[in-house]
Design a protein around this ligand. Structure first.
Ligand code: PBG
Length: 327
């Protein structure tokens, strides 16, 4: 058959396929989320996230070392406090769980790049991401506490802060507070395009942060919307966000693509707890091949346009990248 153009020509053989590959990935773009809990000697498996653990500050080192060995040096720290109250005071306590974890990580594993999730929901007794006023989250009062939280993280050794609360104006409030205290060079990665998602279910079990009443729909985005996400991203860039995140990843790859076009800062995609849990569950039943699915989902996020990928599979993905299976 006479045919000049044959796309299959470029698909014969691994060497050629790699030569013409459009998406390149590298372990330096991976971020691993870690859960740190009060107490000592804790390495507790999270039931809804098999293979993921809650650590105490004295046991997290083993995990950090494992990550460094795998080639992952970026870690996002989440704190699980013992004490919760209406104002989420544990979030900005000088000796709070996350602050102590940061100091220890900085001292013992200075090679780790320390990023913190800035939010109130793990620290408030009601589980919402801010301060309540008549059962509604009070946006402007919450801003002060978020700024205070971000500053306390920077003071304890955070290299970057990542607000995930979805209050209006939080990036500007945090930027101002950091700058006023000499942290002009601490970047802000904004969870700008964060949807109200059932994919956070396993995380909320892990962190004990499910809202005690209602839901997060008055601050996280409606998943029917995409223009609204662009608006959020542009606003955050204006307020000084250095990196824009889309979250979750898998069901929102259209947003990763659109945000990639809309902003000129790096774009991050967060493959959240429910994405991890689905793969684990499917694999444990023998329905899917875990390693292949990990590679394919990671590549899809990068192909959609993210520069940075947050994932509980960071160590595995780094290994697959090094082995040349992806990237
Ligand atoms: C805190 C926060 C959440 C996640 C990251 N930061 C939970 C939520 O918004 O309810 C979810 C991460 C995951 O599911 O892996 N607000």
């Amino acid at each position: 058959m006479e045919m000049t153009i044959r796309p299959r020509r470029l698909r014969y053989g691994e060497t050629l396929r790699k030569m013409v590959r459009e998406t390149r990935m590298d372990p330096s773009t991976l971020i691993y989320p870690i859960f740190i809990k009060e107490g000592t000697g804790i390495t507790e498996e999270i039931p809804t996230m098999p293979g993921q653990y809650r650590y105490s500050t004295d046991t997290m080192g083993a995990k950090l070392e494992e990550l460094l060995d795998a080639g992952v040096s970026n870690v996002m720290f989440f704190g699980i406090p013992d004490h919760k109250d209406a104002l989420g005071s544990g979030a900005y306590a000088q000796d709070g769980i996350i602050q102590r974890a940061l100091r220890r990580a900085k001292e013992e594993y200075p090679q780790i790049y320390r990023i913190t999730d800035v939010c109130m929901c793990e620290y408030t007794s009601h589980g919402h991401c801010g301060v309540l006023c008549n059962d509604e989250v009070d946006n402007d009062r919450t801003l002060e506490l978020l700024a205070k939280t971000a500053l306390s993280h920077a003071q304890a050794g955070a290299d970057m802060v990542a607000p995930s609360d979805m209050m209006d104006g939080r990036v500007a409030a945090i930027r101002k507070e950091l700058d006023a205290n000499g942290y002009q060079n601490t970047p802000i990665m904004s969870y700008a395009v964060k949807y109200a998602s059932a994919f956070y279910g396993p995380f909320r079990d892990a962190a004990g942060s499910a809202p005690a009443f209602g839901d997060r729909k008055s601050y996280q985005m409606d998943y029917h919307n995409s223009r609204e996400g662009i608006r959020e991203a542009l606003l955050d860039v204006q307020e000084g966000a250095d990196i824009i995140m889309v979250k979750p990843a898998l069901s929102y790859l259209d947003m990763v693509s659109r945000i990639r076009e809309a902003v000129h800062v790096p774009v991050a995609a967060y493959s959240v707890s429910g994405e991890y849990a689905m793969i684990k569950a499917g694999a444990s039943l023998g329905y899917i091949d875990e390693e292949k699915i990990i590679c394919e989902t990671a590549a899809s996020a990068y192909r959609a346009g993210c520069d940075i990928y947050l994932t509980y599979y960071a160590a595995e993905i780094a290994r697959f990248m090094k082995e040349g299976r992806i990237g």
